[in-house]
Design a protein around this ligand. Structure first.
Ligand SMILES: [Zn+2]
Length: 421
C-alpha cells in the first residue's frame, strides 16, 4: 500500500485551505521493520512539515510587519535574500524580504529593513540550542552532534565545531543574565524576616571540589566546585563553576536557591568538607542558614587513620588494637556531637602515637595524618553537630550525594574515552 501524508494550514478565522502532500511512502510488509515509519521516513516527514509550517508562519509575520509602524503606509519591497533557519526538525530555507524605509521616516538610519533578520538574529531555533547544549553537557561535542543527526533531520551544519559555538553562545547569554555578585545577600532586617510567610521545609546544600585537567596545558589542573541543592519538597538542582575563575560564585548559588523558593527566613544547611573556599561561599547568604562539616568527610579521614592502625597491628598487635579502639571512641564522640570530649580523645591518641615504639614503616605518615585530623576537627568545631540525633530524625548529615555529583560531573568527563576535559 501507499501512505500519503497531507498538511493543511488554516487561517485564524478558519478559512479552509487546500491540503498539500508533504510525503508519500510505499508500505508493504515483508518484515517487522516495514511496519510504521522508518527512521529515514520520520526525518523526511518532520523536515517537510517543518519547512511548510515555518514558511507559512513567517509569511504571516512578515505581512504583519509590512506597514510602517508610524504612518501605517505599506513599505516598498526591495527584493529578498535567502536565509537558513536551523531548527531541530530540519534546516528551513526562507526568503528574508527587505523593505524600503518609509518616506515618513527618511533620513533616520538605514535605508532598508529586514524584519525576519530581527526575528531570527542567530538563525538557530532556541529548542535546538537547548537540546544541543543539554546533550553536549553529557557527551563530547562530536558524539552529541552524531546523536542529534541519528534521530533528527539535522544532518547539515551539525558537527563538533558548530555545537561548541552554540553551547558557548548559550553559556554567554546565561552568564549575562546572571546579575553581579555581592558579598552579602541578606537583605532587610530581622523584623522584616518575621513578617514573611512560613517557608517550605529545609534546603540541604552539599558543596565539594574536584579537579579537571587543563585541555591545553595538560600538566595543569583547575579546581571545579560542584554542588547539589535539595529542597525538602521540590526537585534537586546541580551547581558547578571553576574556582578562582568564576566571577559570580555566590550569586550563582543564591540564584539556584532562589529558583528553589529560598526566602530570608529559610532554613538552609550547607554541608561541606570544611574547605575554606566552599565555606566562604556559604557565608552571608541567609540568616537562618548553618554550615555543617559533613559526616562523609569526617569518616573518610577516620578510615584512613584506621588503615594505619591496622598497619601498626601487624608489628604490635596490642598497640594496633588499642589505637583502633581509640579511633572508634573518637568517631562515637563526634557522631554524638561531643566535640570537646572528641578533641580530648584525639589528643590522647596523638600522645599514644608519639610514644609508640614499633617497627612500622609508615609510622611517620601516621603521625602526620593524625595531626592533620586534629587540626581539621579543631578548625571546624563550630560546624560540628550532633550527627546521631540528626540522623535519627531523618535529616541528611552527609554530602556523599555531592561526592556522587563530583563523580558524575567531573570524573565521568575526565575518563579517557570521553575526552571532555
Ligand atoms: Zn511611515
Amino acid at each position: 500500500m501507499r501512505v500519503k501524508i497531507l498538511l493543511q494550514i488554516t487561517t485564524d478565522d478558519g478559512e479552509p485551505a487546500g491540503a498539500e502532500e508533504i510525503a508519500s511512502f510505499g508500505k508493504s510488509v515483508k518484515q517487522a521493520e516495514d511496519l510504521g515509519l522508518s527512521l529515514a521516513e520520520s526525518k523526511m516527514l518532520l523536515a517537510a512539515a517543518q519547512q511548510r509550517i515555518v514558511e507559512a508562519q513567517t509569511k504571516n509575520w512578515i505581512e504583519a510587519q509590512r506597514c510602517c509602524e508610524v504612518c501605517s503606509r505599506r513599505r516598498r519591497s526591495k527584493g529578498s535574500y535567502p536565509i537558513i533557519f536551523h531548527t531541530l526538525f530540519g534546516d528551513v530555507k526562507l526568503a528574508s524580504p527587505r523593505f524600503h524605509r518609509c518616506a515618513c521616516r527618511e533620513g533616520n538610519g538605514r535605508a532598508t529593513v529586514s524584519p525576519l533578520t530581527e526575528l531570527l538574529p542567530h538563525h538557530v531555533a532556541p529548542e535546538r540550542l537547548y537540546l544541543e547544549t543539554r546533550w553536549a553537557s553529557l557527551v563530547p561535542y562530536a558524539a552529541a552532534a552524531e546523536l542529534l543527526g541519528d534521530v533528527l533531520p539535522v544532518e547539515t551544519g551539525v558537527n563538533a565545531t558548530t555545537l561548541r559555538q552554540h553551547v558557548l553562545r548559550v553559556a554567554e547569554r546565561a552568564e549575562a543574565e546572571l546579575p553581579k555578585d555581592r558579598c552579602t545577600f541578606m537583605d532587610g532586617s530581622p523584623a522584616d524576616w518575621q513578617t514573611l510567610p512560613v517557608p517550605d521545609g529545609r534546603i540541604i546544600v552539599g558543596l565539594d571540589g574536584g579537579y579537571v585537567r587543563d585541555w591545553t596545558e595538560r600538566k595543569n589542573n583547575f579546581e571545579v566546585i560542584v554542588g547539589r541543592s535539595m529542597p525538602e519538597d521540590g526537585a534537586p538542582r546541580y551547581l558547578g563553576f571553576v574556582h578562582g575563575f568564576d566571577q559570580k560564585p555566590k550569586r550563582r548559588l543564591v540564584d539556584m536557591l532562589e529558583s528553589q523558593g529560598m526566602q530570608a527566613n529559610q532554613d538552609i544547611t550547607f554541608l561541606t568538607d570544611g574547605g575554606e573556599e566552599v565555606r566562604a561561599l556559604t557565608e552571608r547568604i541567609s540568616p537562618c542558614s548553618e554550615h555543617v562539616l559533613d559526616w562523609f568527610h569526617i569518616t573518610m579521614r577516620i578510615t584512613v587513620l584506621g588503615q594505619f592502625a591496622k598497619g601498626v597491628a601487624q608489628c604490635d598487635e596490642e598497640a594496633g588494637a588499642r589505637l583502633t579502639k581509640e579511633l572508634e571512641r573518637i568517631k562515637w564522640k563526634l557522631w554524638h556531637g561531643n566535640t570537646i570530649a572528641a578533641q580530648d580523645v584525639i589528643e590522647d591518641f596523638e600522645d599514644e602515637l608519639s610514644e609508640l615504639d614499633v617497627d612500622y614503616p609508615n609510622l611517620r605518615k601516621f603521625i602526620v595524618a593524625a595531626r592533620e585530623f586534629a587540626v581539621y576537627i579543631a578548625s571546624n568545631t563550630a560546624s560540628l553537630i550532633n550527627y546521631g540525633e540528626r540522623y535519627r530524625s531523618g535529616e541528611r548529615i552527609s554530602s556523599a550525594f555531592v561526592e556522587a555529583t563530583v563523580n558524575a560531573v567531573v570524573s565521568k568527563r575526565f575518563a579517557k574515552k570521553q575526552q571532555m576535559q
